[in-house]
Design a protein around this ligand. Structure first.
Ligand code: ADP
Length: 455
């Protein structure tokens, strides 16, 4: 089956990489700002403030404030003050260390981040000032950091949104290439920008148009050649009748027969284009499957049909569906190996479609050939051998017939050996809800089982 890869949305995508780059840039910027503050601004600022505080403490000490004045200063500037000396021992706060402790160097800073300054008093005593300089600065730094983090998050979110919008054409292009790869040729991608992406999308649209025109020209050429070949072929057949009997006459008759078949298949392919050339009616698919299985079961390695015994009513062109099954079964027999198990036809149903599977035990189809398998004149073995000789038109006719029915055909290599062709028929809305039982060999509903009737 043509494996449709999922277009990657996040993992490993350019989009994710760009967002990661933006994130890394934002983190670097944040580290730079923080480093600048911690290493340059903060030490210089602390040094100046420290000098100022010392000078200011000295200026206050010169005025020899008593306890009452000290309390006023403390309330105004948030600077607890202690005095020890001839004027007595007092402190504006209880939790201040003694001047002896600070002088001994056992404490430099209070638990609240206050720095202690010892200043001599005019009367021979000593004042202790506890300036709170670090904490407000830390608060400001933390606020700045929070603001920066918030800005970084906002920038990242907006970058995410902008990048998503900017990279939309890349996502559309990816989806367009996927669709083109799966054979869809009527794609026109929207060109919304005039930048490089716009130019790329425009070039993609032109390329798709060109491919479509080339394929149309090829189909038209095939059709014209097939039409033109019909008259010479008829004349050759008439001329052949007049030739004397002999080996060369037989060979010529075979060659003309092959050419006639090819021309007929090519014309049939064209007739089926765009869903034309069908005569659909409500038919039971089960008897058609049974009939084809019986017809092909006479040859080695035989056919095994696993289908539910009840009706499978679908809106189909009976003859065309027989053609599909015949082509698939002929291929399955052609490519079966001497030790191959019987070819299996099975039928199942899901919510909105009936699925028929024709599975063989042959060599399988190389994965690299999956893209062209349903194209006209495609052959895995490019050199035509007499045993497997065909024109590579069978599967393209099957594809056209299934698409004309609103269904599809895909192939899948079996896990061990061989290939399965899977036909999907849409269930008409009026017949929905009549689910078929899952076919299985030991089903109590006794599916039709047919095998081993070959000689
Ligand atoms: P042809 O007339 O050559 O059989 P088809 O369109 O039916 O043309 O098939 C195209 C090619 O696909 C074949 O030439 C063959 O190489 C490959 N093929 C088809 N069916 C099978 C199968 N069941 N097992 C292996 N290869 C297959």
């Amino acid at each position: 089956m043509e494996d449709r890869k999922q277009w990657p949305h996040h993992r490993g995508s350019v989009f994710a990489k760009l967002v990661a780059i933006m994130f890394a840039l934002a983190v670097c910027l944040l580290l730079m700002v923080a480093g600048f503050f911690w290493l340059i601004i903060s030490p210089n600022f602390s040094f100046s403030v420290d000098r100022l505080a010392r000078e200011y403490a000295a200026a206050i000490a010169v005025t020899a404030p008593d306890r009452q004045t000290a309390i006023e200063i403390r309330n105004r500037l948030d600077v607890p003050i202690r005095y020890e000396g001839p004027g007595g021992n007092w402190a504006t706060d209880n939790n201040l260390p003694s001047i002896t402790e600070v002088r001994a160097g056992s404490v430099h800073r209070s638990p609240h981040g206050r720095d202690y300054y010892l200043v001599p008093a005019p009367n021979g005593g000593t004042y202790l000032f506890a300036w709170n300089l670090i904490q407000p600065m830390r608060k400001v730094h933390l606020r700045l950091l929070a603001l920066l983090l918030f800005l970084m998050l906002a920038v990242l979110l907006s970058a995410h949104a902008v990048l998503k919008l900017l990279l939309r054409p890349v996502r559309w292009l990816g989806e367009g290439v996927e669709q083109l790869g799966s054979g869809q040729l009527d794609i026109v991608l929207p060109v919304r920008t005039r930048d490089e992406f716009g130019a790329l999308t425009d070039a993609f649209n032109r390329m798709v148009r060109r491919v479509r025109e080339m394929i149309q020209a090829r189909d038209q050429l095939l059709l014209d050649v097939s039409h033109e070949l019909r008259s010479p072929l008829t004349r050759m057949k008439v001329a052949l009748e007049l030739l004397p009997e002999g080996e060369s006459k037989e060979e010529l008759a075979t060659d003309i027969g092959e050419m006639e078949l090819m021309v007929a298949e090519l014309l049939e392919l064209e007739r089926l284009r765009d869903g034309r050339g069908l005569n659909p009616s409500f038919q039971d698919l089960a008897p058609i499957l049974r009939e084809m299985a019986v017809r092909f079961n006479k040859k080695r390695p035989g056919v095994r049909l696993i289908a539910p015994s009840q009706k499978i009513e679908l809106n189909i062109d009976e003859d065309k569906i027989r053609t599909v099954l015949r082509n698939l079964l002929e291929n399955a027999f052609k490519y079966s190996l001497p030790d191959s198990r019987p070819i299996e036809i099975s039928c199942a149903q899901n919510e909105d479609s009936v699925i028929v599977r024709v599975s063989d035990d042959g060599p399988g189809i190389p994965a690299e050939d999956s893209a062209g398998l349903f194209e006209p004149f495609f052959r895995v073995d490019r050199s035509r051998s007499k045993k497997t000789g065909g024109y590579g038109l069978g599967l393209s006719i099957c594809k056209r017939i299934m698409e004309a029915h609103g269904g599809d055909i895909v192939f899948q290599n079996n896990p061990v050996r061989g290939t399965s062709f899977i036909l999907t028929f849409p269930i008409p809305p009026s017949k929905m809800g009549t689910a078929l039982p899952e076919p299985s060999l030991d089903s109590k509903r006794s599916p039709v089982l047919l095998s081993g009737m070959h000689d």
